[in-house]
Write a new protein. Structure first.
Lengths: 306, 225
C-alpha cells in the first residue's frame, strides 16, 4: 500500500499545493466535477469540505468517491460537530474502504451559523480527540472504546487545522504542538491575510521546532471583491482581514485581478518563510482562478513523483 | 440554582383553553431567587391572565398561590388541600417541580408556566449565566473552576478552537470563550502545563446520554431492607 500523493509530495520536500472543493446544496455535483477536472494539473490533492459553516451539502465522503473514480486525490474533511464517535469511526472506515487516504480532522463551525440553526451540536469528541482517535485506529489498531479493528488500516495521512489568527495568540503555537502530539502529520492554516501575524506565529513555531515535526500548509484565499473581503472580515469566525488589504482593493481598477495578485504575492511570501511546506488554496465559488494563481506563483508544473 | 424564564402569556393562555378554575402556583426556591416563578411573578401572571380572560369575555377564575418547594413530596402533600378547587394549575416551578407535582397529584392537571433553562448563578444583578450541565463527571479541577463542558459552546476538553477571538466565542460577542478564560486563569496560577496533555474523550454515559439517571443511597432509605 503506497502513501498518498499529498504525503509523498510533502515528504519528498516539494512545496505542496492543495485545492478545495465545496460540495453543493444538492446532489448534482456536475459543476464540482468540472472544477476538479480544471485544476487537476495544478493541485496535488483536493480538500472536500464537510458541511462548511454548518450548511447542509452533499457529504464530503460522497464527493470523495466521485473524485477517486475520476482518478483524483481527495482529502476528506471530517468535523466532529455532526457525528458521534460511532459514526465518525464508521465513516472513516467507509472512506478508507474505497481509497481515501488523506483525512483532515476539524471541530466545525457552530451549527448556529448554518441553515439548520435548530440542530443539535454533537461534539461527542473534540477535534483533538478525533485526531488522536484516527492515529490510534491506524497505529494501534484500536477504536476509541478500546476494541481492536479486525484488520489494520492502510497508511492514511492525518491532518488537522490550526488558526494563527485566533486567540489567545501566545497559546496558538502550543496548540499546534498538542495537535502534533495527538497525531497530526500535516496542518492547514486558516486563510492568511495578515501575513505579519502569520510570520510572528511561525517564528514561535520554529523556536519550538514544530516545523520539523509536521508539514505546515498555509491557507490562501483569493479575494473576489470588496464585499467578499468585508464579509470575511465581519462574518467568518477566526479570520483577520487587515484594513490595508481592503484599501488596496479599493484603489485597484480591476478588483478581481487585484485579488488574484494579492493571492499570488501571499504565496510567494509564504514560500520564503522557513517551515512552510505548501499552500492550500481555498477559492470557494471562484475555483476557475486556481490554475492562474498556481502558475503565476511559480508552482507549475507540479513535480512528477515516482 | 435552576434558572428559568416565564413562558409568554399567550402560550399560557392557549394551554388554559377549556379550563375555568385555575391557580398560578409559584415556587419558593430557585425560581423565586432568579425572579421568574416566585410569589410575585405568580401574582403578576394570574392578574395578567385574568385581564386577558376578561377582555375575551371568558367565564372563569384565576387565583394565585406559592408553595415553598414544588420538587418535594412533603411540601406538595402539605399544600395539596389548597389546590382541590382548581381544574388546572399553572406551575411556575422548574420542570422538576412540574413533574413532581404531576406525579404526586395524578388527578390534577399541572401545566408548565415556565421554560426551565439552565443551572447557573447571577453573575451580576439581573444577569444569570449557565455554569453546569450536570455531566456526572466534574472536570473543574483541571480548569481551576471554569467548566469547559458547559461554558465552551462546543464542550471541548482540548480548547480553544479556532473561533476564539478577543476572548469571545465565535457564536456571539456576548459569550466569553471558556478556554480563553481557562488559559488566563492557568497562566495566572502558573499552571499552564494543565493544557499540555491531550484530554481523552469524555465518558458521556455518566451524563444524560447514558440514559435516565437515578441516585440511590440505601442507608437513608426508609423502606429499604
Amino acid at each position: 500500500m503506497t502513501a498518498s500523493n499529498l504525503q509523498k509530495m510533502l515528504e519528498s520536500g516539494n512545496f505542496a499545493v492543495s485545492g478545495e472543493l465545496g460540495p453543493p446544496k444538492s446532489a448534482d455535483i456536475t459543476q464540482l466535477k468540472h472544477h476538479a477536472h480544471d485544476m487537476r494539473n495544478h493541485v496535488d490533492a483536493y480538500n472536500i469540505t464537510d458541511n462548511q459553516t454548518a450548511i447542509v451539502r452533499t457529504s464530503s465522503i460522497g464527493v470523495a468517491a466521485t473524485l477517486i473514480q475520476m482518478g483524483l486525490e481527495p482529502t476528506v474533511q471530517m468535523t466532529v460537530r455532526d457525528r458521534n464517535r460511532i459514526c465518525l469511526q464508521s465513516d472513516l472506515l467507509g472512506a478508507v474502504s474505497f481509497g481515501v487516504r488523506n483525512f483532515l480532522c476539524l471541530q466545525g463551525d457552530h451549527a448556529k451559523f448554518g441553515n439548520e440553526p435548530g440542530s443539535k451540536n454533537v461534539n461527542d469528541v473534540d477535534s483533538m480527540q478525533w485526531l488522536q482517535a484516527v492515529k490510534n485506529m491506524r497505529d494501534e489498531g484500536v477504536f476509541i472504546g478500546g476494541e481492536k479493528l479486525e484488520h489494520p488500516l492502510p497508511p492514511i495521512f492525518i491532518g488537522a487545522v490550526v488558526n494563527p489568527f485566533a486567540d489567545p495568540f501566545e497559546y496558538r503555537p502550543y496548540r499546534l504542538a498538542k495537535k502534533i502530539a495527538a497525531g497530526a502529520q500535516f496542518v492547514q492554516t486558516q486563510c492568511i491575510f495578515d501575513i505579519d501575524r502569520f510570520e510572528r506565529w511561525m517564528a514561535k513555531v520554529r523556536e519550538l521546532g514544530l516545523h520539523k515535526k509536521v508539514h505546515i500548509i498555509g491557507g490562501v484565499t483569493p479575494i473576489k471583491s470588496i464585499g467578499a473581503a468585508r464579509y470575511m472580515q465581519n462574518n467568518v469566525s477566526g479570520m483577520i482581514v487587515p484594513e490595508e488589504l481592503i484599501t488596496r482593493l479599493k484603489g485597484a481598477q480591476d478588483k478581481k485581478q487585484e485579488g488574484i495578485n494579492i493571492a499570488v504575492e501571499t504565496i510567494q511570501r509564504l514560500r520564503e518563510i522557513e517551515g512552510v511546506a505548501g499552500v492550500h488554496i481555498m477559492a470557494i465559488a471562484w475555483e476557475e482562478v486556481v490554475p492562474e494563481i498556481v502558475e503565476r506563483a511559480g508552482l507549475y508544473p507540479r513535480p512528477a513523483l515516482a | 440554582m435552576i434558572v428559568g424564564e416565564r413562558k409568554p402569556l399567550a402560550e399560557i393562555a392557549e394551554m388554559l383553553k377549556g379550563f375555568k378554575k385555575v391557580c398560578v402556583l409559584g415556587c419558593g426556591t430557585c425560581v423565586t431567587v432568579c425572579l421568574s416563578g416566585g410569589e410575585k411573578e405568580a401574582a403578576e401572571t394570574a392578574a395578567a391572565l385574568s385581564l386577558l380572560w376578561q377582555k375575551e369575555g371568558k367565564d372563569g377564575e384565576i387565583k394565585t398561590g406559592t408553595m415553598l418547594r414544588q420538587c418535594e413530596y412533603e411540601y406538595i402533600d402539605e399544600y395539596a388541600g389548597r389546590l382541590e378547587e382548581y381544574d388546572a394549575i399553572v406551575s411556575l416551578a422548574c420542570g422538576v417541580g412540574v413533574q413532581a407535582m404531576a406525579t404526586r397529584l395524578p388527578d390534577k392537571i399541572i401545566l408548565p408556566g415556565l421554560n426551565t433553562q439552565f443551572m447557573g448563578y447571577p453573575v451580576e444583578q439581573g444577569v444569570w449565566k449557565e455554569n453546569c450541565l450536570g455531566c456526572g463527571d466534574c472536570v473543574l479541577d483541571l480548569t481551576l473552576g471554569i467548566c469547559p463542558i458547559t461554558r465552551c459552546s462546543k464542550s471541548m476538553l482540548n480548547g480553544p478552537c479556532g473561533g476564539s477571538q478577543d476572548g469571545k466565542c465565535e457564536v456571539s460577542k456576548d459569550v466569553d470563550c471558556a478556554w480563553h478564560l481557562i488559559y488566563e486563569r492557568l497562566l495566572k496560577m502558573n499552571m499552564l502545563e494543565r493544557m499540555e496533555a491531550v484530554q481523552p474523550p469524555k465518558d458521556w454515559s455518566k451524563s444524560h446520554h447514558g440514559s435516565v439517571r437515578t441516585r440511590v443511597r440505601e442507608d437513608v432509605r426508609v423502606d429499604s431492607q
